[in-house]
Design a protein around this ligand. Structure first.
Ligand code: FES
Length: 129
């Protein structure tokens, strides 16, 4: 990982954007990474088909928490169609660091929480196991 991206990730880890919880959220969902037990919870307030507000809390590695911080910045104010269409590839692109297969779970945990919460599903479609 080069220095710029290390700093970028550490900045979001140490000063997470949109950190906290929302009172009376329309969607709230929390999951852990079964490999390590790290957790992320995301709360959403929805208005007229858009994400009016978003907060997250969690504890875990720098990649997982930075990814959650970055994701909340991306989806705040976005339409639900946009959020539903937000892909794993986009998530990895905004993280900007190459991730090993194990670390992929870290980088994608926040997106999984978001999508699962949004769809009210037990499992993210397309994910096995
Ligand atoms: Fe647990 Fe990264 S090591 S989410």
């Amino acid at each position: 990982m080069d220095d710029f991206y290390r700093e970028f990730i550490l900045d979001h880890y140490k000063r997470p954007r949109n950190f906290g919880t929302l009172e009376d959220p329309d969607v709230t969902h929390e999951e852990d990474n079964p490999l390590c037990g790290d957790r992320i919870r995301i709360d959403l307030k929805l208005r007229e088909g858009h994400v009016a507000d978003v907060r997250f809390t969690g504890q875990g590695c720098a990649i997982s928490q930075a990814a959650a911080s970055l994701l909340t910045e991306k989806i705040k104010g976005a339409s639900l169609e946009r959020v539903r269409g937000f892909s794993k590839e986009e998530m990895l692109e905004i993280l900007g660091v190459p991730l090993s297969p194990i670390r992929l779970k870290c980088g994608l945990l926040a997106l999984k929480v978001l999508k699962t919460g949004l769809y009210g599903l037990q499992r993210w479609p397309g994910e096995e196991g």
